[in-house]
Design a protein around this ligand. Sequence first.
Ligand code: GAL
Length: 376
Amino acid sequence: MHERPFVGIVLFLWSTLVSAVVFASQAPEAWNAAQWPDTSGEHINAHGGGILFHDGVYHWFGEHKGSGRGGSLARVGVRVYTSTDLEHWTDAGVALAVTDDPLSEIRAGCRIERPKVIFNEKTDRFVMWFHLELAGHGYNAARAGVAVADSVHGPYEYIGSVRPNPGREPIGLSDAMRRRIRERAFSESRVEGDWVQSERVTARNFFVRQFYGGQMARDQTLFVDDDGTAYHIFASESNRTLHIAELDETYTGHTGRYVRVFEGASREAPVLFNRNGVYHLITSGCTGWAPNAAEHATAESIWGPWTVRGNPCEGNGAETTFGSQGTFAFPIRDAQGAPTDRWVFMADRWKPDALGRSAYLWLEIAFEGDRVILRE
Ligand code: GAL
């Protein structure tokens, strides 16, 4: 019996040493650098991205942006990089490529934004969702695209795009809203043009107006809960209200179960994660490429109620999220690949005139109880 504490101490020291080798407690300088070269010396081109940890390797998926003002149009697709130390990233190529097919929704010149990839244990496939805008249509399509692959790097096969949850009532829909949907169904078929001009444009109107056609979907992320249920979180209702929507067992479609959160508050760039049973949602305001203040909210159930906790940033630059906009959060892994309680918040420092040169800002999250604190 008496040698057990000793064995425990040795094991503890050993695992501490191993994790220290795997990831030093000091954040790498690259996380906050003007440019972050990959292992071949090129600035990493994976914007609005997210991380999938799979088979002991971190995979960073993101938008390949072009140069100049037109850089926001997709000419390449979604790029993926791999790393085991979160500092040195190797370009693993184009995971989802745009096509030359003039009939394809993902033809060159479309917009593919904020791609995220999750792994489906049941189907043994990788599923990518992204914000899709059709070539030549600005930001009007507001669709969610989905693609699948049998191996993590792809190539991902494009399945199609949707406006999620057509004709489906969100959880907690009020009777008044239900009435409005019914009334709209009548009036819209008669005077669509008049309605658009005569009614005040509110979040509620967007929701009601899109009810049967499917809800708008722009900035987005994915989240897989401990029970394997996946969720699609997106800015809907012309960016006025966020939707949190359950995905079906294949992760390639919506079940129709969803909730509208922060109604009319215009929040986007959602980052959602669960730490010790508490759901955290960090969002930005809607000011295009210009940075603004982040907001943090927590909930005990993903369906809410969500409690707004305020701006998680502290110190100089807190009002602009240190010149960035969030995109994802993930736990650092230990030497065995198990998630630790150290979390990274990933953000983009957009350069609207040279989007491909946009920088990144990765911050280790400090927690005070359930409060998220971000310091540069
Ligand atoms: C931002 C959004 C980006 C991109 C940009 C276009 O608000 O987060 O993903 O859509 O607007 O102006």
